[in-house]
Design a protein around this ligand. Structure first.
Ligand SMILES: [Zn+2]
Length: 73
């Protein structure tokens, strides 16, 4: 059993996503339910944050950061 950092509910280990760390297999502190809720919010926020920019603005911003953008023509 493991206690979720967000909802504070104790859930079985399987409810926490496992990931590979330097010192072996570890599990996240956030249960799957809270994780999916958080990811959904994150997606909504990022869509919102980028909606004011055109594609060209975004490509240009990435190129400024050194990304090579290949557009299909
Ligand atoms: Zn939770």
């Amino acid at each position: 059993m493991k206690k979720c950092k967000i909802c504070g509910i104790e859930k079985p280990d399987e409810q926490f996503k496992a990931f590979r760390a330097k010192d072996g297999l570890r599990r996240m502190n956030i249960c799957n339910t809270c994780r999916s809720r958080r990811d959904r919010l994150k997606v909504m926020n990022s869509v919102d944050a980028l909606s004011g920019y055109s594609d060209i603005d975004l490509i240009y911003a990435l190129q400024l950061r050194g990304y090579q953008i290949i557009t299909k023509s």
